[in-house]
Design a protein around this ligand. Structure first.
Ligand code: PLP
Length: 366
């Protein structure tokens, strides 16, 4: 074996500030018991057979590149949302579109304002672009502090990310507070509302972001097929934005990034959304059941409008994750802060309630 030599090539220094993304570990198999990965907010339901059939058929032509313009899917989305097709820009998951958004709006030294704690991809894509992250702490009840975010905008700010519902804590912003916020943002700053969990929202006060986008040309909406539509493994998401934002997003996309399989699966999924919505509704019912049970145990769990719940565990976070692991549940711990637990199969949810209850009693006894 030749000893590997360290290359001397010069890489961008900005990479030193880029956190490495920590994917949820797969659940380790356990003797005589099903294990559950509830760390990545995936949809626990397998894809609909009709969608699998469409993908299998599309696989027959995977020697070809996909439609680079993502024509049919863009039209299907535009029709569904009643927006001009020119305003739809797709990408390899909404994280792909998020990267495109940062690419088109930020140069080194510019500022990106977002709440913290929020989606782990935000610091990564911001740091990669060379822009500076301005993180605005969540409120006590784990919600966006939109007035503080408005205060944090400077003349270097190019982009503001609003995650609603917020990953990993769960609450959504309200229509009234988002409207107040957008009215305060200078019109040359792009506001992106990341609605990865939109379909799980039941709060009647939640924002109508498409109405905001129609009123304010600097507001864009980010959505995905990964969560409610259950296509996380195919990587397809989209943004809705005015021109020239949308065209710029298309310029910044990975060429042929959204595969033909993904495009067709997404179109098919839009076509059978009623069936998918039943599953979303069932997960929302389960979310309510888990929230109630955890609160009865005494956990101060914030509201969740998404497909996960947040346990504010502070210094006990890693111990809790270990207890879950022992019980065959992989949750997503954020050391020193809390754990995010996806609403999954009924048995996974039952087990989460059980482990959380036991852990709570042990904490009380300690
Ligand atoms: C899961 C998630 C996404 C979606 O990621 P994809 O790249 O579309 O799979 C986007 N934003 C947030 C906040 C998420 O939690």
């Amino acid at each position: 074996m030749t000893e590997s030599r360290r290359p001397r090539v010069r890489l961008r220094t900005t990479l030193e500030g880029v956190p490495a993304y920590k994917p949820g570990r797969p659940a380790a198999p356990q003797e005589g018991r099903t294990t559950y990965k509830i760390s990545s907010n995936e949809n626990p339901y397998p894809p609909l057979p009709s969608v699998v059939d469409v993908v299998a058929e599309a696989a027959r032509s995977m020697n070809r590149y996909p439609d680079m313009a993502v024509t049919d899917l863009s039209h299907a989305i535009a029709e569904r949302l009643d927006v001009p097709v020119e305003h739809v820009a797709t990408g390899t998951g909404s994280v792909g579109v998020l990267t495109q958004l940062v690419t088109i709006s930020c140069e080194p030294g510019d500022e990106v304002v977002y709440a913290w704690r929020s989606f782990e991809a935000y610091p990564i894509v911001t740091a990669l672009s060379g822009a500076t992250a301005v993180q605005v702490p969540l409120t006590e009840d784990a919600r966006h502090d939109l007035p503080a975010m408005a205060e944090a905008i400077t003349d270097r700010t190019r982009l503001v990310l609003v995650c609603s519902p917020n990953n990993p804590t769960g609450p959504a912003v309200t229509d009234a507070e988002l409207r107040d916020f957008v009215a305060r943002v200078p019109e040359d700053v792009l506001v992106v509302v990341d609605e990865a969990y939109l379909e799980f929202v039941t709060d009647p006060d939640a924002p109508d972001t498409l109405a905001l986008y129609r009123e304010y040309p600097n507001v864009a909406v980010l959505r995905t097929f990964s969560k409610a539509y259950g296509l996380a493994g195919l990587r397809v998401g989209y943004g809705v934005a005015h021109e020239p934002i949308a065209t710029s997003l298309r310029k910044a996309a990975t060429p042929f990034g959204v595969t033909d399989l993904a495009q067709r699966a997404a179109i098919a999924s839009l076509g059978c959304y009623d069936e998918l919505k039943e599953r979303v509704d069932a997960l929302v019912v389960e979310r309510g059941r888990v929230l109630t049970a955890l609160r009865e145990q005494g956990w101060p769990v914030p509201d969740s409008q998404a497909n996960f719940v947040w346990l504010p565990l502070g210094e006990h976070t890693l111990d809790f994750a270990a207890a879950c692991q022992q019980a065959g549940l992989v949750v997503r711990p954020f050391e020193g802060d809390g754990a995010r637990c996806t609403i999954g199969e009924t048995e996974a949810n039952d087990r989460l309630i059980e482990v959380a209850g036991g852990f709570r009693r042990r904490l009380a006894d300690a």
